[in-house]
Design a protein around this ligand. Structure first.
Ligand code: DGL
Length: 273
């Protein structure tokens, strides 16, 4: 039977922060990672463009044999996931599944707050989609959600410029703008899979009473439950503990940079879309 890795997708490196946690939780499965680095960042792109790029990548995963693809990218989850699930899967192959990172996060995020005031830091695309406020309201109707777009953060991270004074300026700027929206915010969600790289700096810019939540572990736990509850998908996923990495840009750059996100050495292959 053909090997069926679980596909993990991001516009660039960010999804590696999610894959790292998924691999720790579910080490026995095979994974196939694709970073669309040549077209990253997605954060400021239109709905149509993010949808078109994401669908193209999802189709590539399916061609490689994946039955299950995780969009480990909030922007793609916010702008492309619903259309892919509702319109495209039926045409491509109704037995395939594509899941995102927003739903599992919103199911649980309300449990972190005591004041009932949550801040979301995310890309322009994710903030503009209103996905977080809409989804959180379904699970935690009493919670107030405040959003702050951080358009400079992904470019700083993708270009490896996040550990300097220029980056500090933009970290403080967006955190201050978020906290000015409500002094009662006690929980902040990193609603972009790139942002865990900034977590120490973000925490330093906040009062110690504010809890900062990143998504990797939440998504990994949710995937484990999903596989348990969907044996027909689970049994299709191959389990040899292998991982392959692909990038649409330079493999040399990807390998040098990706280790920072993933925590160990990566050897990628190039994909021309
Ligand atoms: N890592 C992505 C996210 O979670 C996308 C960032 C981008 O491409 O702008 O939103």
């Amino acid at each position: 039977m053909k090997q069926q890795p679980i596909g993990i997708f991001d516009s660039g490196y960010g999804g590696l922060t999610v894959l790292k946690e998924i691999k720790a939780k579910l080490p026995g499965y095979d994974y196939l990672y694709l970073g669309d680095n040549s077209r990253s960042p997605y954060g400021n792109r239109s709905f149509e463009t993010v949808y078109e790029y994401t669908l193209q990548c999802v189709k590539w995963f399916f061609k490689q044999g994946c039955s299950l693809v995780i969009l480990a990218c909030n922007t793609a989850s916010a702008k492309a996931l619903r259309t892919i699930q509702q319109n495209d899967l039926a045409k491509i192959d109704p037995a395939k599944r594509v899941l995102g990172v927003i739903r599992p996060t919103t199911e649980i995020i309300g449990k972190f707050t005591k004041t009932g005031n949550i801040g979301i830091l995310a890309t322009n695309g994710t903030v503009g989609s209103e996905s977080y406020p809409i989804e959180i309201k379904k699970f935690f109707p009493g919670i107030k959600v405040f959003q702050q777009a951080c358009p400079m953060w992904v470019p700083l991270i993708e270009n490896n410029e996040f550990d300097n004074a220029g980056a500090d300026y933009f970290i403080t700027k967006y955190i201050t703008e978020l906290m000015q929206q409500s002094p009662d915010i006690d929980t902040i969600l990193l609603g972009c899979t790139h942002y865990p790289l900034l977590i120490d700096k973000i925490k330093n810019a906040l009062p110690p009473t504010v809890t900062v939540v990143s998504q990797g572990e939440i998504v990994a736990n949710s995937l484990a439950i999903y596989l348990q509850n969907h044996p027909q998908i689970n049994e299709k996923c191959s389990k040899n503990g292998q991982i392959s990495f692909y990038t649409t840009d330079s493999t040399e750059d990807f390998d040098n940079h990706a280790a920072i996100f993933y925590g160990s050495v990566i050897k990628s292959s190039h994909l021309s879309l």
